[in-house]
Structures are given as C-alpha cells and as structure tokens.
Design a protein around this ligand. Structure first.
Ligand SMILES: Cc1cc2nc3c(=O)[nH]c(=O)nc-3n(C[C@H](O)[C@H](O)[C@H](O)COP(=O)(O)O)c2cc1C
Length: 187
C-alpha cells in the first residue's frame, strides 16, 4: 500500500475572501489520491519578539507541531509591495526559532500565489525562495504557480474557475508528492 503524503498548507493572507485561501481550497479539491492536505490559518500568530522566543505562544507551538507532523508544506502567498506579506514572513520567522529549533528544516515545500496585479505574486515567491535557503527546506522548482489578475479567475464564492490555474495546481500537487517521496527515500 502506498503511503499517504501529509501536506500542511497555509496562506499569507488573513482576508476572509482571500484569493490565496481560494488557491488552497482548490488544492483540496485537486489532491492526488496519495495525498492529504490540512489547511492552517495564520490568524492568532503573534508578532515575533526574540525576548519571548523561549516562551512561545500556544498558536506558535501548534503551528510548529503541525509543520513537524507534515511530510510537505504548501504555501499560498499574495504579494505585498513587491514582496512577502508581513503576516506570512512573521509566521515563518516564529516557526523557525529559537535557533536550533527550526520547524521547517529539511521539509519539502511548494509555492503558489495569486495577486490582483499582472505578476501573480511572482516577486513575493522569489523572495520566499531566498528565505528557504536559510530555513534549509527543499523548495520544489516547478511548476511555478503564479496567478495574475486573480479576480478574473476566482468567482465571488471563492472558487477557482480558470481551467489552466486548476491544471497547474494539480500539477504542483503531483510534483510535490513525487518530490517528497524522492527526498524521503534518499535519506
Ligand atoms: C499592502 C498591500 C500591498 C500590495 N502590493 C501588491 C503588489 O506588490 N503586487 C500585486 O500584484 N498586488 C499587490 N496588492 C494587491 C493584492 O494582490 C491583492 O490585495 C490580493 O487580493 C491579496 O491577496 P489575497 O486576496 O489572498 O488577500 C497589494 C495589496 C496590499 C493590501
């Protein structure tokens, strides 16, 4: 029997009608049969303060446990001012500390993102990929899922309606599962 790949997903937006939350919702619908996806809400993660990192908030502990319990990570990010939204960067910072207790270490990670503009969050995604180097996690290179003009591809109920976007998300999930198997079978 094939092992199920447990994926933890989170979006870098707290907005109820978030396009990036919609991408995760589409991922839930498009999962390969050998994968499961749990979506974690970054709501409630406090601002990182190094003075307090030895007494992390319950929500941070929970987030780190979920990351550690997952075989792979799926991040859906918006782009804010050509970069990573503070909510997402802060959550990643919280889960990577204290030094030596980085929950992301050696995790396979896939990225996707949607924006209202023409770059589909690409600049934020490349900034995130730079963070992955120091986090020492293993980023999946392709496909790059950058969804521009998201308002034209996601309906008012938050469903991703664009067939090409759905196809890319499915491909991303298939590649993430294959990448995870490849990494875990060689370690
Ligand atoms: C502070 C802020 C900065 C933004 N900067 C960008 C940007 O650099 N590029 C872009 O394409 N959209 C930008 N936008 C628009 C976002 O793409 C849009 O708000 C999108 O819906 C955010 O993702 P969400 O729907 O998942 O919340 C910005 C929005 C905000 C609130």
């Amino acid at each position: 029997m094939k092992k199920t790949c447990k994926i933890l997903g989170f979006a870098g937006s707290l907005r109820k009608g978030s396009y990036n939350r919609s991408l995760l919702r589409a991922a839930l619908e498009l999962l390969p049969e050998d994968a499961e996806l749990e979506v974690f809400d970054l709501e409630g993660i406090p601002l990182y303060n190094q003075d307090l990192e030895k007494q992390p908030a319950e929500r941070v502990k929970e987030f780190k446990e979920k990351i550690r319990g997952a075989d792979a990570i799926l991040i859906a990010t918006p782009e804010y001012n050509y970069s990573i939204p503070g909510v997402l960067k802060n959550a990643i910072d919280c889960a990577s500390r204290p030094y030596g207790d980085n929950a992301f270490e050696h995790k396979p990670v896939a990225l996707m993102g949607a924006s209202a503009g023409m770059m589909g969050s690409g600049r934020a995604q490349y900034h995130l990929r730079q963070c992955f180097v120091f986090l020492s996690c293993f980023a999946l290179n392709q496909p790059e899922v950058m969804v521009p003009f998201a308002q034209e591809k996601i309906d008012k109920d938050g469903r991703v309606t664009d067939p090409q976007t759905r196809k890319l998300i499915r491909q991303l999930l298939e590649n993430l599962v294959a990448w995870t198997i490849r990494l875990t079978s060689s370690t």
